[in-house]
Design a protein around this ligand. Sequence first.
Ligand code: HEM
Length: 429
Amino acid sequence: MTEIDSNGSVRELSFPMARRCPFAPPPEYERLRADSPLVRVQLPHGGTAWVVTRHAEAQQLLTDPRVSSDANRPGFPSVRPPQEPPADEGTSSAEPLTAEQLTELAEIAQFHEGQFINLDPPRHGHYRRMLISEFGARQMNELRPEVQRITDRLVDDMLAKGSPADLVEDLGLPLSSLVICRLLGVPYEDHEYFQSATRTLVQLDAEPEQLKAAMEGLIDFLDELVKAAVREPGDNLIGRLINEQVGSGELTRAALVGMAFLLLTAGHEATANMLPLGMLTLLEHPRQLAELRENPALLPGAVDELLRFHSVSDWAAFDRVATEDIEIDGRKIMAGEGIFVLSASANRDERAFERPDTFDIHRKARHHIAFGYGVHQCIGQNLARAELEIGLGTLLRRIPALRLDKPMDELPFKYQNFVFGLHAMPVRW
Ligand code: HEM
């Protein structure tokens, strides 16, 4: 899709497009989706990419082996400013690297390898398989009482402090962070540091130096955590991976640090944002909220509808590059061209969902792609669902008088972030 500017020349649409209403994707999506399943857009720091607007084509491309998640491939799209090449620290090409430098480079490569979200099959499967049993439905059911305990403690604190409270700061962020920290074995006293570092990583307007500092800090922190766990593996995910995978040589220590980094950052912000946003949506739909309070068995369906309705990650997790030419609907994605799937558009596609702009807790919404689709589909989805069901269910049960402390139009929404949500959600009861 192109537009004609005032000089009469053709120009591509700028990407990303911003949301302007908290309950709707960027308004341009509807027209783009009506026009074509594939639209070429202009990236903010140069170059173009394709965006995928419809549900069927999104699923098709996310399962196409000619589409890669490997950010090192030429043409991989990015909305961030280009990275400065690393400064030359005095090693000329004539000088061979020292053994220490070689080890460091190998460890950096292993760290990236552990972040398997950026790998293609078969390397992707090698790492993902190590975690499947950790995040299965049974393991997540076993974790539910712990998630409930953490939620209850946070709600106890909110009630003890009295209204107003902030559902982002007092519930969404600490719940998401405490649960994943517990799963990995991150000590409780470190979760505040961890939260502020991950917050910087998902800010669209974060300065490159800020971003670098946050990443490096978090990596050092995890490196120390893994070193300590190698000495004394605990009964947690990192401890089990050390015993089973590092011990057998399937996983290097540096790749384990990369994997832990991925697990800590991949779902933290999305889950933390979905909880307040979910509660806000229910407050704005009081009849459905009353129905849920009356019948908590409706919660699992409501959570999937909330995930579909908001699609908080939208395109952010869906960056890809074509490795061969791919033709869809008469348009050709050339090898080496970047692709973003617009999950917020696909999840409002009228071809896949009836009355897609209506929030309806009775809808069968499980085929939404808010958790992705294909080999990279979110490994933490059962965990995220458990946190949202328990978090929302607990608020409905324990604070029935919960209401907004500010009018909707004064709430600070994250229109500038990779992952959509609220900076704060003041409530009282
Ligand atoms: C509402 C909460 C969440 C949302 C909306 C979400 C969304 C997504 C999406 C869209 C993908 C697919 C990325 C792609 O196709 O490249 C993904 C993958 C992933 N998510 Fe989540 N996620 C959530 C929660 C979590 C949690 C709690 C965890 C922590 C365990 C997690 C860990 C991961 C990992 C490790 C991947 C990579 C899977 C792979 O590449 O095989 N997510 N997530």
